[in-house]
Design a protein around this ligand. Structure first.
Ligand SMILES: [Zn+2]
Ligand SMILES: [Zn+2]
Length: 424
């Protein structure tokens, strides 16, 4: 059964309405014959001057997010030990010199390891992490590193807002400390102009419930899907409260946990969220100008195209890679990504594979040389000049064939005619 949305959408609709009204006002103020003059720089606009970029870094099974707005850098989790050095070098490649905000969602290794690496590599200003103890060497190492740098952790206060570039982020959770690590995740909402991102760490349905209870407005454009898309997170109530347009899932290729859970994907698709996945698509980058969000990838559930011709499907994006199969003209292809190197990442037999982008077509090449298919006409029936029935033949005995005419059965029904009992 499809779950229905029970909640109204006041905030988003109001925002959209305002935009339309502004557009109408602008259009009606333009009098006929008036010279169009380029609009002066709108000093009233609260849109940011600079862009926000949010990187969902592919750290395999784990989570690592880096956001940059102007000179401000926020890091939310850093992935596990096998990805820690990649995480640090990714930040360096992106020009990060110091970190303004480091948020450790919780102390599980697949989130915390890379942050310890980052503490060694970058000067870090504000460190936010949840107020519970975790029995692990990694937890000890995190706090030892901080004390060796004379730094302290700021525990998250629900409702606390931090300036970030020309935007801000607000702590939404945890509202209480529980005895399971995941449900202590620091949940933050990043607002930038009219766009918003929600980072939920590994928060599961228990914490999601707390957050719904504590926060009036949870609408967000982008949801970093909780706990790598596992079934224990992304409860219906939470999803309906957030109603994301985009969902990003960070997890490892063919991970042993089965993340993301097919149910989570189905839920996200039923609210028509565009889904991005690090396991299928690598690093996912969102850019917000304060009004719209653009992405470095097409959504993983997004584009279905056609093969333009016969083409070999490759295991890796190069000609010398081994061939895993063949596509023919008109075959439908689920395209995950069109890379800069001329190769497209596609799904073939359920696996991530590659073909040259030049073999992709928006239209089925087989229909290009044929005439458009004729419209199906439906079942034709007979109507007599008078009478309230329609007939399968014009000589059924219950109708006068003189002046009889043919219409489709659905037309006859819609005009109020009923089936003749004799000829059907
Ligand atoms: Zn995790
Ligand atoms: Zn966890």
């Amino acid at each position: 059964m499809k779950h229905m949305l029970e909640k109204p959408l006041p905030e988003k609709l109001t925002g959209q309405l305002k935009k339309w009204m502004a557009a109408i006002a602008a259009a009606t103020m333009m009098l006929p014959g008036t010279m169009a003059v380029p609009a002066a720089e709108n000093t009233q606009s609260n849109l940011p001057q600079e862009e926000l970029t949010v990187h969902f870094i592919d750290v395999g099974q784990g989570l690592a997010i880096m956001a940059k707005a102007g000179d401000d850098v926020l890091v939310y989790d850093g992935g596990n030990s096998d990805a820690a050095s990649y995480f640090v070098s990714y930040l360096k490649d992106e020009g990060v010199e110091d970190i303004d905000y480091m948020i450790a969602s919780h102390y599980d290794a697949d989130h915390l390891n890379g942050l310890v690496g980052a503490l060694h590599a970058f000067d870090t200003e504000t460190i936010i992490a949840p107020d519970y103890k975790h029995n692990s060497k990694l937890y000890t190492s995190f706090y030892n590193t901080l004390s060796s740098q004379n730094k302290e952790v700021t525990y998250p206060e629900v409702g606390q807002e931090y300036e970030f570039g020309e935007g801000s982020f607000t702590v939404l959770g945890p509202t209480q400390i529980r005895d399971d690590s995941n449900n202590n995740s620091v949940v933050v909402r990043l607002d930038y102009g009219d766009t918003s991102f929600l980072f939920t760490g590994d928060a599961e349905s228990k914490e999601e419930k707390d957050i719904i209870a504590a926060n009036e407005d949870l609408y967000c454009d982008v949801l970093s899907v909780g706990h790598h898309g596992s079934a224990s997170s992304t409860s219906w109530d939470f999803l309906e409260a957030v109603l994301p347009e985009y969902a990003v899932i960070s997890c490892g290729v063919n991970n042993s946990y089965g993340h993301p859970d097919p149910d989570t994907i189905e839920k996200l698709e039923s609210i028509e969220a565009q889904i991005f996945r690090t396991d299928l698509q690598g690093n996912i980058i969102a850019i917000s100008d304060g009004e719209t969000i653009t992405w470095n990838n097409v959504p993983s559930n997004g584009e279905v195209l056609y093969a333009a011709d016969f083409v070999s499907v490759k295991e890796e994006p190069n000609d010398t890679s081994s061939t895993v199969g063949e596509l023919g003209p008109g075959n439908q292809i689920q395209v995950l990504n069109r890379d800069d190197n001329g190769w497209a990442t596609i799904v073939f037999n359920g696996a991530t594979t590659y073909i040259p982008s030049s073999y992709l077509s928006d239209i089925d090449p087989q229909t290009m040389t044929q005439a458009a298919p004729t419209q199906p006409v439906g079942n034709m029936v007979w109507l007599s000049a008078t009478g309230s029935k329609y007939h399968s033949r014009n000589n059924c005995g219950n109708m006068n064939p003189a002046n009889a005419r043919q219409v489709t059965e659905s037309d006859a029904v819609s005009q109020g005619y009923e089936k003749c009992k004799k000829c059907w």
